[in-house]
Design a protein. Structure first.
Length: 238
């Protein structure tokens, strides 16, 4: 598994993997008086460029492909269709997140678009097993047995600086899970959806059942910025 430099996305073989696309968050913000236009081409251009750079053919979004909790308004559906039509991946898979209500309906319009359940999916690459789940619901047994557990939901980040000058930066959080496994918490792909500073929040305050698992040792997790810089373990960044 390789983290793309300066991008909140990873590559495994021919798969480009990311979390928290939150497509349509602009429409949500508009209802709150924030005037940001939604342009599907901005999303598709960025994703297609990453496809080209990473030489991947398949896109996997580990939850929250879309932003609207309650389903699809017609305007959002139209934008969604435009986005998926512009993407050049031969296969698009979404592991269902808590924002992905009714996303299964899109599989009827796009044969190369599929949805996996919130309990997750698994695959192997070069003898290594990977389990992907969004994180808001319990992962399946097969996912939990994987060498690497990849999850989203918490918009991983770290806080740098002190008090009023502190800033939260998107980051990869890689934590020991049991004796040999690793849990990788993904940063959000969409900058509008923000980041949670893992180094200022205790493990039991993070969102999802996995953080109650005694096999997880979050204090020993390593924080890696998007530029690739390894800035230390969470226990040293408190």
């Amino acid at each position: 598994m390789k983290f793309l430099t300066n991008e909140p996305a990873a590559v495994i073989g021919k798969k480009l993997i990311l979390c928290e696309l939150h497509f349509g968050i602009e429409l949500t913000l508009q209802t709150r008086g924030v005037h940001i236009d939604l342009d599907p081409t901005i999303y598709s251009t960025r994703l297609n460029q990453l496809k080209q750079v990473s030489k991947t053919t398949e896109l996997i979004v580990i939850g929250d492909f879309k932003d609207n909790y309650s389903g699809f308004e017609q305007r959002e559906r139209n934008y969604f269709n435009e986005l998926v039509s512009q993407l050049k991946f031969s296969k698009i898979t979404v592991v269902k997140g808590n924002h992905d209500s009714r996303i299964e309906e899109m599989a009827n319009s796009f044969p190369h678009f599929s949805v996996e359940p919130p309990s997750g999916m698994t695959f192997r690459h070069r003898g290594v097993s990977y389990g992907l789940f969004h994180g808001h619901a319990a992962a399946s047994r097969d996912v939990l047995k994987s060498d690497f557990l990849l999850m989203g939901h918490n918009h991983a980040g770290v806080q740098i600086g002190r008090k009023e000058f502190a800033k939260t930066l998107a980051a990869w959080i890689v934590a020991p899970f049991g004796k040999k496994q690793k849990l990788v918490c993904f940063p959000s792909f969409n900058p509008l959806s923000g980041a949670i500073p893992f180094n200022t929040i205790s493990q039991n305050k993070l969102h999802g059942p996995i953080f109650k698992d005694p096999k997880l040792h979050l204090e020993e997790a390593e924080a890696i910025l998007l530029n690739g810089q390894r800035i230390g373990k969470l226990k040293h960044l408190r």
